[in-house]
Design a protein. Structure first.
Length: 332
């Protein structure tokens, strides 16, 4: 069985990956092995893991983070080899960021897709986002008047992860009454003293001091680390996508539209683009992928320290080249 999950919408990816893990666990796939395919990855490790006998269970789930969806010549060869060795005792889950038609048309991708399922995770926008909000509110037993749904959509700006968190809060604060826009606005303003949005805006502006200050307050308010991680990943992936578009001689306007950058945030990304080159943006994407694996496997003891490192790297004009490995399995 093969599951391919790629896209730029974080909540859909989180829920899809978690659903597969949960289903696999229910069916007895008790051993989970994780890999991240960065530039130095040894693809032989993946093939050996796929073919070796499990030490802890007869069934195993192998996860591969392939952030840009491009395994290169060596990786493509390994993945094609795996397609000819499909086993009922192994589930292969490959996930990463946004991919284009070039990846989806690649031989390795098409052959793996035939062995399982491909789940694309696209941004939910416009009336589709409003419908998603209404459905999620119903799931949590939250009743919003139409003007309140509209306000929540504007406040969330298409961020499903943030919207989900706010709906969960509303389910705890108001379990019976129908919520009006006036009540919701007061509640949102009261809760949003220190938001992930503020932290990201300061990072993109290059305001390191305020960015770290907000991050510290978010930690004090016990915000879920996954929310901060995926928010950082989304912004860095957007920067990476903008550089890719510019490298294809596309105009900034076209690049911003292609990456779904909201009009009021264009100046922030222009500021970041002036400091962060393509290589730096790509390196940040890889670092965040490593942090995701570490966080999911409970090896990241101090996630907010690692997030601070990423924030500094985004906000400063010169890339911070210090490795992130010491954040994993180390006491800081």
């Amino acid at each position: 069985m093969v599951c391919l999950i790629f896209g730029e919408e974080p909540l859909q990816k989180i829920e899809a990956i978690d659903a597969i893990r949960q289903r696999a666990s229910q069916q007895g796939f008790d051993e989970r092995i994780t890999f991240t395919a960065d530039a130095s990855f040894d693809w032989n490790q993946l093939e050996q893991s796929f073919n070796s006998l499990s030490l802890f269970s007869n069934l195993k789930l192998i996860e591969l983070t392939l952030e840009n969806g491009k395994p290169g010549a060596s990786g493509s060869k390994t993945l094609l080899s795996i397609t000819s060795q499909t086993q009922n005792d192994t589930i292969l889950l490959i996930h990463g960021g946004k991919i284009g038609q070039d990846v989806q048309k690649a031989k390795w991708f098409k052959q793996l897709e035939q062995l399982g399922v491909y789940i694309p995770c696209y941004p939910v926008e416009g009336h589709h986002f409003t419908k998603w909000l209404s459905a999620r509110c119903q799931q949590y037993g939250v009743s919003l008047l139409p003007d309140a749904v509209k306000l929540l959509a504007e406040y969330s700006e298409g961020n499903l992860l943030f919207a989900k968190q706010e709906i969960e809060k509303l389910s705890l604060l108001n379990q019976q009454e129908v919520i009006s826009a006036e009540w919701l606005e007061h509640t949102l303003l009261d809760q949003s003293r220190y938001t992930v949005f503020q932290m990201l805006d300061y990072a993109l502006q290059g305001n390191t001091k305020k960015c770290i200050s907000v991050l510290q307050r978010l930690k004090a308010e016990d915000i879920e680390p996954n929310i901060v991680l995926w928010a950082l990943h989304k912004e860095v992936a957007t920067l990476n996508g903008l550089h890719a578009a510019l490298s294809q001689n596309k105009s900034l306007d076209v690049a911003f539209k292609q990456e779904g950058v909201w009009k009021n945030r264009i100046p922030l990304f222009k500021s970041a683009l002036s400091r962060i080159n393509a290589a730096h943006a790509n390196a940040l994407v890889c670092q965040l992928a490593d942090l995701e694996v570490a966080l999911k496997s409970f090896k990241l003891k101090h996630p907010f320290t690692a997030f601070a490192h990423i924030c500094v790297s985004i906000s400063l004009p010169t890339p911070n080249s210090s490795p992130l490995n010491h954040f994993i399995n180390e006491s800081l």
